[in-house]
Write a protein that binds this ligand. Structure first.
Ligand code: ATP
Ligand code: MG
Ligand code: MG
Length: 352
């Protein structure tokens, strides 16, 4: 069998590796950061170690195909890796999703709805954008944001000044605030021959900018469900995408608004581990090695809950719960806001 290279040693890389092992593949993980100590799971806060051309070339030469668990891989590193082995999903998906401005323009060019947005370079452009877009708004760094990091809610001009100062010159985007009834996401997969398969959309609740729960099925009409899946398929097709992608959506009376896309397996797809025959991790591995996509139909309703920071104290109780699958990441250190694991509560009386 093939050997699969995975960039990133966090929990997503780990769960991809487990899925690949189940299919008989060997995986090599590239995780050069000082964090983590050997054998432990990483938080990908920086791109440290991705400037080491020799290490990257050696890694690429040791595998047949390369995939990744995070989208912020530097272009120079990608150039080196790709000169040795194919990278899936491909470069275009990374180029688009590494920068919120590029991503929003891409989505609008596809005819999809996004929040109103403006590129912010200085105080003057922020003042202009705020006048146009109006308050409340959200200032976001264009690159490297996750779990709500690098974002500030803006109600007044004072907030705006403060927030821009905090960003210390990092390129930023101002987004108008979308009044949504709820948030959903589509976990979509596209195979090497262009076949697309979407999981049932999940309904996501965020607390302090971090995903708290995903519930399937989501509250959506048949029409909204169809819209969600079709727009996701549109995005994957446009990118000639191979692998699994997370597409985050706001549900509004005016229709679905695309928040952001993630060119990888996604936290809001963790429910598939206990709700589907083939989960998002196996689906991603199948796609990147050129296998046919698997059966992603939901066989059970599921509520996924993230275990963040001190939630780990609840593990002994959770371990006794019926119909509750524990997934712990083995991170050595508990930190506030750090994703430590998740549980999938499976609802046996399936709704159809
Ligand atoms: P992730 O961990 O999903 O990558 P992120 O740091 O990239 O998160 P976003 O997804 O942009 O952050 O925003 C986090 C959450 O903040 C969203 O799920 C939503 O609840 C809220 N949010 C973001 N942008 C907007 C907006 N324009 N209007 C209303 N709410 C928003
Ligand atoms: Mg994001
Ligand atoms: Mg998000």
């Amino acid at each position: 069998g093939a050997t699969i290279g995975i960039l990133g040693g966090g929990q997503l890389g780990r769960m991809l590796s487990v899925a690949a092992s189940r299919l008989g593949f060997v995986t090599h993980i590239y995780e050069p950061g000082a964090n983590p100590p050997a054998g432990q799971v990483a938080d990908r806060l920086t791109t440290a170690g991705y400037e080491d051309a020799e290490a990257l070339a050696a890694f690429a030469a040791s595998v047949d195909v390369i995939t990744y668990e995070f989208e912020n891989i530097p272009t120079a590193a990608l150039d080196i890796l790709e000169s040795h082995r194919p990278i899936r999903p491909g470069r275009e998906a990374l180029r688009i999703s590494q920068d919120r401005l590029t991503e929003k323009n891409f989505l609008q060019d596809l005819g999809l709805k996004t929040a109103p947005f403006a590129d912010i370079t200085d105080q003057a452009s922020l003042d202009t954008a705020l006048a146009e877009i109006g308050a409340p708004a959200i200032l976001k760094t264009r690159r490297f944001g996750y779990d709500g990091k690098g974002q500030a809610r803006i109600k007044t001009l004072d907030d705006a000044q403060q927030a821009l100062g905090d960003m210390a010159g990092a390129p930023a985007l101002l987004e108008g605030f979308i009044t949504f009834s709820h948030e959903v996401s589509v976990i979509a997969a596209r195979g090497i021959k262009g076949d697309v398969s979407c999981y049932d959309p999940g309904e996501n609740v965020h607390t302090d900018g971090i995903l708290d729960t995903t519930t399937v099925p989501a509250k959506l009409s048949a029409g909204q469900r169809m819209d969600a899946v079709l727009l996701a398929a549109n995005i994957l097709n446009k990118l000639d995408y191979v692998g699994v992608m997370g597409v985050e959506l706001f549900v509004t009376p005016q229709g679905l608004v695309v928040n952001e896309i993630a060119p990888r397996v996604h936290n809001s797809g963790h429910w598939t581990q206990n709700g589907c025959t083939v989960d998002q991790f196996e689906q991603h591995i199948r796609a990147v090695v050129g296998w046919p996509l698997g059966d992603g139909q939901r066989h059970s309703d599921v509520v996924m809950e993230n275990l963040i920071g001190d939630d780990m104290d609840r593990v002994p109780e959770l371990a006794k719960e019926a119909d509750c699958a524990l997934h712990l990441y083995g991170k050595a250190e508990v930190k506030p806001g750090r994703k430590m694991g998740h549980v999938n509560r499976v609802i046996r009386s399936q709704s159809k």
